[in-house]
Design a protein around this ligand. Sequence first.
Ligand code: MEV
Length: 314
Amino acid sequence: MPAFTASAPGKIILFGEHAVVYGRPAIAAPVSQVKAKANVTADPKGTPGNVRIHAPDIGLEASLGDLPADQPLAAAIQGVLTSLRVKRAPACSIKVSSTIPVAAGLGSGAAVSVAMIRAFSAFLGHPLPDETISAMAFEVEKLHHGTPSGIDNTVVTFTKPVYFVKGQPIETLRVSRPFTLVIGDTGIASPTKASVGDVRAAWQANKAQYEAYFDSIHGIVDSARSAIESGVIELLGPLMDANHGILKKIGVSCSELDTLTLAARKAGALGAKLCGGGRGGNMIALVSKDRAEAVAAALKKAGAVRGIITEIGK
Ligand code: MEV
């Protein structure tokens, strides 16, 4: 049986994180500079049915049967077997690797699931369509996040900028003028499940206030969509600043994210905000192409462990 390899990129949320869990829209885009990769090879000497999973990045080396059903990598593989009604897979080995920082708001969990589902279904002779891959990765996301919106699995599966509303068909976004972002990593691991859970508790304690925050974010997302579609990119900077301000009020920023967003603006960024679950992880800054290196350097000076320059809509 031939070997199969598949990969999936990281993602950033440009506008609308957290509010998207509560039915508001969000805008997200793939980040191809980082990716997860899965490689499936037949193991001719192995026992039929034995699927080995190697994920050296997280120190995992195990047979599918020895992993609990709610282990995310096992759940992704089991999902493929169930969906394709395969009772006994050919003996094989699945190697997973990723350059996407974990628990950093860049969609590493979703990318690993998508790469594994894509490679394993192709190995079994039935490559699954993107809609099915995304839906299966969403089921795994629930193990990672508790109550995910589905935006991460959608963006990393379809690898296009999207305007996303939970439960609605995917709407890809027309970017009339490509724009440049610098992604700055605080280096602080912050599982999305925790920040999403805390926001839910705060929302339950004060629904009127949180619904108002989410409505304000909705307005920002729709203005950002018009700016992106009409190519008036300059408008995105103040919208990012405003989105960051509300995320701060919601309680998902932290001093390191505030420091990095401030440093980016001081170095000439047009706007900046945290990106993803928050409380650590990454932030993004909108820059003119010629300021990108300077802003990335300023972020490193202000404590970022990594800076990625990426172009949206190229
Ligand atoms: C995580 O990338 C974005 C959140 O809005 C959670 C979600 O949408 O599932 C924080």
